[in-house]
Design a protein around this ligand. Structure first.
Ligand code: C5J
Length: 232
């Protein structure tokens, strides 16, 4: 939204786990983690690691429904992409050289250089493409705060609460949510709007997030968020 517009400051409540999640559209951002071609489509980084990428595409309709509802409320949207500088100076060997993938970060693949800013594979999938005015941040790490201006951008927009969607649940989503929780943001992850190449890892990550009285935050289905938005 344009910075001059006024967002809704009424308190809404999502039926969530481990207990109800209150939020105001005005101080909340919808965070969409790494819904880029490299993870969702064949031929990208996810596939090069030996993963079945078709699992991740299944959440796109639910993500799109939430995104459209959130846009209709005038809420702030932040899209992240896992992406490195073309010279790879922000990609430590510990990340680039680990394991034995068929394509490494920076290698030329079917969708351009893998996980390199500006390449086709780094583009957000068309169904969730950012609109002008939405924030798009390239992040070199798994977490969205590492080596990015995300905290500053959220603080300048008066954001205290984050709704998370995206992939993968146990890697970039969970890392970003943990980083956010440590920085004092209230965090909710939408269960049917996040996915993993490993269903058991998704289930475990969601269970960990909401365990111990919401030690990292809350989880809820997208239907519960939509019900809260429509109650306002
Ligand atoms: C991974 C991500 N899994 N976006 N990235 O390498 O979760």
């Amino acid at each position: 939204m344009n910075s001059g517009e006024v967002r809704d400051a009424r308190t809404l409540v999502v039926e969530a786990q481990p207990f109800d999640f209150p939020f105001e559209v005005a101080s909340t951002a919808l965070v969409i983690i790494d819904m880029q071609r490299d993870f969702i489509e064949p031929g990208g980084f996810g596939a090069s690691l030996g993963n079945d990428v078709s699992l991740l595409a299944a959440i796109v309709p639910a993500c799109r429904t939430v995104l459209q509802a959130w846009r209709a409320q005038g809420g702030l949207v932040l899209h992240t992409r896992e992406a490195h500088r073309p010279d790879l100076r922000d990609c430590p060997p510990a990340k680039r050289l680990r394991g034995n993938p068929s394509l490494r970060i920076g290698d030329a693949g079917p969708m351009g250089r893998v996980l390199v800013s500006g390449e086709p594979g780094v583009q957000i999938i068309p169904a969730l493409a950012p609109l002008p005015g939405e924030i798009v941040v390239d992040k070199p790490g798994k977490g969205m705060f590492h080596a990015t201006p995300v905290d500053l951008l959220l603080q300048q927009a008066g954001i205290r609460t984050l709704l998370f969607m995206g992939v993968t649940t146990e890697v970039c989503v969970q890392t970003s949510m943990r980083e956010a929780n440590d920085r004092g943001y209230e965090c909710l992850v939408l269960e049917d709007c996040t996915e993993s190449y490993f269903p058991a890892f998704k289930a475990a990550a969601l269970a960990m997030i909401r365990a111990q009285g919401g030690i990292v935050g809350w989880t809820a289905g997208s239907a519960e968020l939509l019900a809260a938005l429509h109650s306002g």
